[in-house]
Design a binder for this molecule. Structure first.
Ligand code: NAD
Length: 494
C-alpha cells in the first residue's frame, strides 16, 4: 500500500448519499439528510439520506417485486454466478478506494481495513458464487412406491441489518449467501458507517445484478430498522449488532409475521493463558492485538484475559509492553496500529467502563484515557485493568472498546468456570502445550469459536456464530446457506 495514494483518496470530497431502491438512487421521501461525522477528526464528512418508514416500505416492495417475477432467482445458476464473480472482481479492483472510504466513516486502521473489508468481502462473495451451483436438493430414503424429494428454495425477501464495525466484511457475510441462493435483499447499514457498504451496493449493479434485487436504505435503526423488523413482507431478518437491538428484532418478528431472525451479537471472549503456553512472548503480543486492533471494536475481541496465577505478573507486564508499542492515531496513516473509536458516544461509554472498573476495585495498569483530543477525533489509549473479579462489570458486560480485563486463575477447573461465567459465548482461546488440556478447554468453554495457541484470523471456510446471548445461526462457510433457503418436501406416489 502506498501512503501517497491513501492521502490522495482521503482528500476527495464525499458526495451526499441516497438510498438505492429498485436500482435507482433515491433521496429520503421527506428529503431529510443526516450528517456523517468522521471519527478521524470529528468533522462532518458528508450527509446520507435519513430514511423514513415509507422509504423502507418502498425498498421492501422493490425486493418483493424482484423476487416474485424471478428476475434473479429464475436465472440459470451459471448466470448468477457470473454476476457475483464480476461483483467480487469490481470490489477487488476498487479495494483501496473502498477501504479508505470505509476508514473515513468508521475509523478502522487502514492496514487492517484493506484486508478485513474489501479483501474479505470480495473473497466471501466469490466463495458463495462458487458454491451456488453445487447446492441442490436431495432424494429421501422412502418406500419404493414413493419419491420423496427435498427441494432447496430461496426464502424470498431478506432484511439485513449491519453494524458500524467492518460494514463491508459483515455485509458480505449476509449478502453473499443470500444473493447466491436467489433471494432479494434489503440492506440497512449502520447510521454512522454506511459509505463503503453503499458503494459496494453500487458496484453490484455495475456487475449486472438486476434492479430491485439488492436495495439499501440508510437512516436510524429505530425508524427504518424497526420498519424492516415489523414488515409483513420480509421473510428472514439477519442481523449483526448489539444484544439490545437483537432482542428488539425478536420482538418485532413476534409482533408481525414471525419472520426467521438470525442474530450475531456481542461477546466477552476469554483468552486463557496457561503457564505451559508454547511461547509466552508470542502469546502476549497476540493477546494485545486480539483486544486492541480496531480499538477493541471487534465482536470476537479477546476482552477477558485469564492468566494462570504463577505467571500473572510477568505475563501482564509483557502484554502491557506489547500494547504500549501499538501506535494509536490517524487510522489512514500506515504506521498506525490502533485507529479511532467510531463515535464520541462510544468513546464516552468506554471511559465510563474504566471508571466503573476502578470503582469496583480494578487496577488500571495501562492507559485509561482519551488522547489526541486536539485532532477533534475519537482516540483512546489501550487500557488494561487487573484484579477484575468474576462479578465485575468488566467481566459481565461487553465494552466494545480498547479495554482489557485481567483475572488470575489457579487450576483448569477455575479457568473453565471463569471462562463460562458470562451470558455470552462468541469466541475464546486457550494457550497451552498440553494437547489434552487444549482439547478439554475447546470442549468445555462454551463458545461458537475457540482458538488454540493463536487468536483471531479464522477465514471464510469456517462458521462464525455465538451461543448463549451471543446469538444464533452462523455466518461464513457453507453452513450460513441454511439461513437463506427453505426446505420443501415433495412426496410423490409413483
Ligand atoms: P447496534 O445494535 O447499535 O446497531 C446495529 C444495527 O442495528 C445498526 O444498523 C442500527 O441502525 C440497527 N438498529 C439499531 N436499533 C434498531 C432497532 N430498534 N431496530 C432495528 N435496527 C436497529 O450495534 P453497533 O453498535 O452498530 O455494533 C456493535 C455491536 O455489534 C457489538 O455488540 C458487537 O459485539 C456486535 N458485533 C457482533 C458480531 C458477530 O459476528 N457476532 C460482529 C460485529 C459486531
Amino acid at each position: 500500500m502506498d501512503q501517497s495514494k491513501i492521502n490522495a483518496l482521503r482528500a476527495e470530497p464525499v458526495a451526499t448519499r441516497t438510498h438505492i431502491i429498485g436500482g435507482e438512487h433515491v433521496p429520503a421521501s421527506d428529503g431529510d439528510l443526516m450528517d456523517i461525522l468522521s471519527p478521524i477528526d470529528g468533522q462532518v464528512l458528508t450527509q446520507t439520506a435519513k430514511g423514513t418508514v415509507a422509504d423502507m416500505e418502498a425498498a421492501i416492495g422493490a425486493a418483493r417485486a424482484a423476487f416474485e417475477d424471478k428476475r434473479w432467482a429464475g436465472q440459470p445458476p451459471a448466470a448468477r454466478k457470473k454476476v457475483l464473480m464480476k461483483w467480487a472482481d469490481l470490489i477487488e479492483a476498487n479495494a483501496l478506494e473502498l477501504a479508505v472510504l470505509g476508514v473515513r466513516d468508521n475509523g478502522t486502521e487502514i492496514n487492517m481495513a484493506i484486508k478485513a473489508e474489501p479483501g474479505s468481502a470480495a473473497g466471501t462473495i466469490r466463495y458463495y458464487a462458487e458454491a451456488l451451483d453445487k447446492i441442490y436438493g436431495e432424494i429421501a430414503a422412502t418406500p419404493s412406491d414413493i419419491l420423496g424429494m427435498i427441494h432447496k428454495e430461496p426464502v424470498g425477501v431478506v432484511g439485513a441489518i449491519i453494524p458500524w464495525n467492518f460494514p463491508m466484511m459483515i455485509g458480505a457475510w449476509k449478502l453473499g449467501p443470500a444473493l447466491a441462493m436467489g433471494n432479494s435483499v434489503v440492506l440497512k447499514p449502520s447510521e454512522t458507517a454506511s459509505l463503503s457498504l453503499m458503494r459496494m451496493v453500487e458496484l453490484a449493479h455495475e456487475a449486472g445484478l438486476p434492479d430491485g434485487v439488492l436495495n439499501a436504505v440508510t437512516g436510524e435503526g429505530a425508524v427504518v430498522g424497526e420498519a424492516m423488523g415489523l414488515s409483513m413482507d420480509v421473510d428472514v431478518l439477519v442481523f449483526t449488532g448489539s444484544g439490545g437491538t437483537g432482542r428488539r428484532l425478536m420482538e418485532y418478528a413476534a409482533r408481525s409475521n414471525m419472520k426467521r431472525v438470525y442474530l450475531e451479537l456481542g461477546g466477552k471472549s476469554p483468552n486463557v493463558i496457561f503457564a505451559d503456553a508454547p511461547n509466552l512472548d508470542e502469546a502476549a503480543k497476540v493477546a494485545a492485538g486480539g483486544i486492541f486492533r480496531n480499538s477493541g471494536q471487534v465482536c470476537v475481541a479477546g476482552s477477558r484475559l485469564l492468566v494462570e496465577a504463577s505467571i500473572h505478573d510477568e505475563f501482564v507486564a509483557e502484554v502491557a509492553k506489547a500494547s504500549s508499542a501499538m501506535k494509536v492515531g490517524d487510522p489512514l496513516d500506515l504506521g498506525t496500529a490502533i485507529g479511532a473509536v467510531n463515535s464520541e458516544i462510544q468513546l464516552k461509554a468506554n471511559l465510563g467502563f474504566v471508571e466503573t472498573a476502578r470503582a469496583e476495585g480494578g487496577d488500571v495498569v495501562l492507559g485509561g484515557s482519551r488522547i489526541l483530543q486536539e485532532t477533534g477525533g475519537y482516540y483512546m489509549e489501550p487500557t488494561i485493568v487487573t484484579g477484575v473479579t468474576v462479578d465485575a462489570t468488566l467481566t459481565q458486560k461487553e465494552v466494545f472498546g480498547p479495554v482489557l480485563g485481567v483475572t488470575a486463575f489457579e487450576s483448569d477447573e477455575e479457568a473453565v468456570r471463569l471462562a463460562n461465567a458470562t451470558v455470552y459465548g462468541l469466541a475464546g482461546a486457550v494457550w497451552t502445550s498440553n494437547l489434552s488440556r487444549a482439547h478439554r478447554m475447546v470442549r468445555e468453554i462454551k463458545t461458537g469459536l475457540m482458538h488454540v495457541n493463536t487468536y483471531g484470523g479464522a477465514d471464510g471456510t469456517v462458521p462464525l456464530g455465538g451461543v448463549g446471548q451471543s446469538g444464533n445461526g452462523s455466518d461464513k462457510s457453507l453452513h450460513a446457506i441454511e439461513k437463506y433457503i427453505n426446505l420443501k418436501t415433495a412426496w410423490i406416489k409413483l
